[in-house]
Structure formats: structure tokens, C-alpha cells
Ligand binder design. Structure first.
Ligand SMILES: C[S@@+](CC[C@H](N)C(=O)[O-])C[C@H]1O[C@@H](n2cnc3c(N)ncnc32)[C@H](O)[C@@H]1O
Length: 268
């Protein structure tokens, strides 16, 4: 008989507890132990069953609470002593979440695991603002891109292929490199007037966003010192936010607007 517990690598979505999947909620309710990251909102932690132990393992861009190797080792140790372990990660565990590294480690140690997907920040946050990631005639595809390089290294991205007017770009972890991202994309031919958004604390209390252009977004963000986590969306589809922001606009305005607006502003 298998003496080890089962590890559920669970995506918590972008923060709003209503964006958890039913499967994720069930896992949180039945867990004996929940190992969670910094991006998990308090409202989601409140959904953990009362008997479960909680272990915070942190992770900020430059300040890892517990190194990844220690997190891996902790999961294996917990699998030997507990029955149901939830490894709870922001967004989707397999999108820039190092969930696959943890899964590989578990596989190598013969620990049973299951992956429960979550709504990734790109999807959850763009929807909340009325920004479609693709739109016929404006965007034929979307790319999720890391905006973060190890230590002080330069961002090693294929800027030429990224600078495509027909592709929506979503940068995760790109706040510190926002001006570099804009500069490189413009240098490779993307129009400086391409609509762009930076969204802080998306879908949770305190959400703020700046909407502008590739050329001026980093200035807007710096002016108000937009706090992390921040997601950056670049592409013509961002221009639709003014018409499709279903949380703010009356429907008549949404349907009567014919032109893509030129909006350059940050939320209050
Ligand atoms: C380490 S990545 C984790 C991504 C996560 N696995 C996902 O699928 O969304 C962290 C980055 O995701 C983005 N992010 C995640 N949640 C966010 C939120 N609620 N608001 C803004 N950005 C968020 C930010 O770019 C942040 O720096």
C-alpha cells in the first residue's frame, strides 16, 4: 500500500475568491496542510478548512522567503506525514509559477500529485477590465511573456518576434523592467502609440490600473508608484477597455462608441 500522501498543485486564480475553480475549493476544504505563496489573497486563505495546517513559503521578486529547493523538500517531507497536501499558487500553477519544477521533483521522488489549474493573471485581469486578449481584426494571438530576468541580467527576449502589431503581449513580473520593455519593443518597430495597460493587484481590493500607450505607460506608472504585483498588457485590444469595461460603463456607451479611444490615465 502507498504510504505517502497526495499533493495537489492548485491554482488560486488572480486573487478574487470567486475566480477559484470548484475543484480548487474542494481541495482547500479537504486539505490537511496548505503550503501557500505570497500572492494568495486573505479571502482565499479564509476558505481553507478549519483543521488544516498552513505553511507560508513566501516569494517576492527579490526576497524569497524559502528557497525553491527547500519548498521542494518540504513537499516531499509533508507527503510522508500527511494525507492531503495542497500546494496553493497564485494564478495557474503551470504559468510562471514554478509549479512544473515542483511537479518534476515530486515525480522524481515517487510522490503522487495532481494539478488543478487556476485562472491565470492574464485571463482573469484582462477580463475584469474588459480587455479581450484576442479580437478579430485587432489581434490574431496572445503571448504570455516573462518580464523578469535572473538577478541583474538583461531581459533576454526575442524582441523582434514580440514586436508584432497583431499579437497581444502580456508581461508577467515586468514592473521593474517596464521602461526597458517599451524601449525594446519600439526599437523593433512596434508603434509608440500602441495601447498598453499596467494593472496592480488585479481582481482584489486595491486594484489600480494605468492605461496609456507603449511610449507613456512607464511614466504613468512611475508617477503614481503603482504597487506590485503588476501585470502589463500591450496591444490594440487594450484600446477596447474604454468600451468594454463592464464594471464601469453603461451599456449604451459601450455600443455607441465607434472609435478606439485614446485614453491615458491611471485609476484613482
Ligand atoms: C510568479 S508570477 C505567477 C503567475 C501566476 N502563476 C499566474 O498564472 O497568474 C507573478 C506575476 O503574475 C502577475 N500577477 C499575478 N497575480 C496578479 C494580480 N492579482 N495582479 C497583478 N498582477 C498579477 C504579476 O505580473 C506578478 O509579478
Amino acid at each position: 500500500m502507498d504510504e505517502t500522501g497526495r499533493i495537489y498543485l492548485v491554482g488560486a486564480g488572480p486573487g478574487d475568491p470567486d475566480l477559484l475553480t470548484v475543484k480548487a475549493l474542494k481541495a482547500l476544504k479537504k486539505a490537511d496542510v496548505v503550503v501557500y505563496d505570497r500572492l494568495i489573497s486573505d479571502e482565499i486563505l479564509d476558505l481553507i478548512g478549519p483543521g488544516a495546517a498552513r505553511i507560508f513559503v513566501g516569494k517576492a521578486a527579490s526576497n524569497h522567503h524559502l528557497p525553491q529547493e527547500d519548498i521542494n523538500a518540504l513537499l516531499v517531507k509533508l507527503a510522508k506525514t500527511s494525507h492531503t497536501i495542497v500546494r496553493l499558487k497564485g494564478g495557474d500553477p503551470f504559468v510562471f509559477g514554478r509549479g512544473s519544477e515542483e511537479a518534476l521533483y515530486l515525480a522524481r521522488h515517487n510522490i503522487a500529485f495532481e494539478v488543478i489549474p487556476g485562472i491565470t493573471a492574464a485571463s482573469g485581469i484582462s477580463s475584469s477590465l474588459g480587455i479581450p486578449l484576442t479580437h478579430r481584426g485587432l489581434s490574431t494571438g496572445v503571448r504570455f511573456v516573462t518580464g523578469h530576468a535572473k538577478g541583474d541580467e538583461d531581459l533576454d527576449l526575442d524582441w523582434k518576434s514580440l514586436a508584432d502589431e497583431q499579437t497581444t503581449l502580456v508581461f508577467y513580473m515586468g514592473l521593474a523592467n517596464l521602461s526597458e520593455i517599451s524601449r525594446r519593443l519600439i526599437a523593433e518597430g512596434l508603434s509608440p502609440g500602441t495601447p498598453a495597460a499596467a494593472v496592480s493587484k488585479g481582481t482584489v481590493n486595491g486594484q489600480r490600473q494605468c492605461i496609456g500607450t507603449l511610449a507613456d505607460l512607464s511614466g504613468l506608472v512611475a508617477d503614481i508608484d503603482l504597487p506590485s504585483p503588476v501585470l502589463i498588457i500591450v496591444g490594440q485590444v487594450v484600446g477596447l477597455a474604454d468600451m468594454l469595461n463592464w464594471q464601469e460603463l453603461p451599456y449604451e456607451d459601450a455600443y455607441s462608441a465607434m472609435e478606439l479611444p485614446e485614453k491615458r490615465e491611471c485609476s484613482a
